[in-house]
Design a protein around this ligand. Structure first.
Ligand SMILES: C[S@@+](CC[C@H](N)C(=O)[O-])C[C@H]1O[C@@H](n2cnc3c(N)ncnc32)[C@H](O)[C@@H]1O
Length: 244
């Protein structure tokens, strides 16, 4: 997994140029206001190139990003110069402060390979959360990958990229396997990269409920893809919202 994004780091933002990050940030801000949460500090776990933090920087005083991948963090540092970044994993990062808001977006949480590791991650989020804070986790489920193949394209003056992802849900393992091909045209040179396969563990709602309890959270809600619609059971992109 780490290797995958290492190779893609330079092209990551171009690949996801058409992803609606602003919609996700608008939901986060609305949710934070709805629950009356302070907007002093925010931590984004699996922050990637820091796009969410960049869009949130005028709303929070203290911004922090954690990611397992060093190369991708170098890009995040240039995009959000005032923020702090830590190269660490989601289940065992250690930061001295506690945060009003902790986010983990774009299925980062599904890189936990089993219930034990996911529970450890939630416990770690709980440990780093202010008493009145909120955790927002955007998940994959098996419905997310219904369409089997997805295509992301992007371009700037010198470069064009296309990322093709193929997904397969394996019910007996509760995992989604995805294979990636990235086509790159950079300064007239054409290249391609076959990324390492990704394995996402899909957590069903019963598993989520028991992990949430075990991690010490007493309030949990599941919304449908960055809206306040609670059609969680039918959602392709469930968003888990936790409070202490
Ligand atoms: C799909 S990208 C999402 C990046 C960002 N959240 C976004 O929405 O653009 C997944 C990110 O998760 C990071 N990642 C994977 N496993 C991780 C782990 N165990 N702990 C922290 N970050 C991890 C990867 O390095 C990568 O940057």
């Amino acid at each position: 997994m780490q290797k995958s994004y290492k190779n893609l780091a330079k092209y990551y933002d171009l690949c996801f140029q058409q992803k609606d990050y602003q919609k996700e940030v608008d939901f986060i801000l609305e949710l934070v206001d709805k629950y009356g949460i302070n907007k002093e500090s925010i931590l984004d776990v699996g922050c990637g190139t820091g796009t969410h933090l960049c869009l949130l920087k005028n709303h929070f005083d203290n911004l922090y990003g954690v990611d397992l991948n060093k190369e991708i963090l170098e890009i995040a540092k240039t995009k959000v110069p005032g923020a702090h970044f830590l190269n660490a994993g989601m289940s065992d990062f250690k930061i001295k402060e506690k945060f009003d808001v902790i986010t983990s977006l774009y299925s980062v949480f599904n890189y936990n390979k089993d219930v034990d590791s996911a529970t450890k991650t939630l416990q770690n989020f709980h440990k780093h959360l202010q008493e009145k804070g909120v955790v927002i986790i955007a998940l994959y489920n098996e419905r997310t990958t219904d369409k089997k193949i997805s295509l992301h394209v992007g371009k700037d003056d010198d470069t064009k990229v296309a990322k093709i992802d193929q997904f397969r849900y394996i019910p007996k393992d509760k995992t989604v396997k995805s294979e990636h091909l990235v086509l790159i045209k950079d300064n007239e040179e054409i290249d391609f990269e076959v990324e390492d396969d990704d394995i996402y563990r899909i957590f069903d709602f019963d598993e989520i409920e028991s992990m949430v309890k075990e991690s010490g959270f007493s309030n949990s809600e599941i919304y449908d893809r960055f809206s306040f619609d609670k059609a969680a059971n039918k959602s392709k992109f469930p968003v888990l919202v936790l409070r202490r």
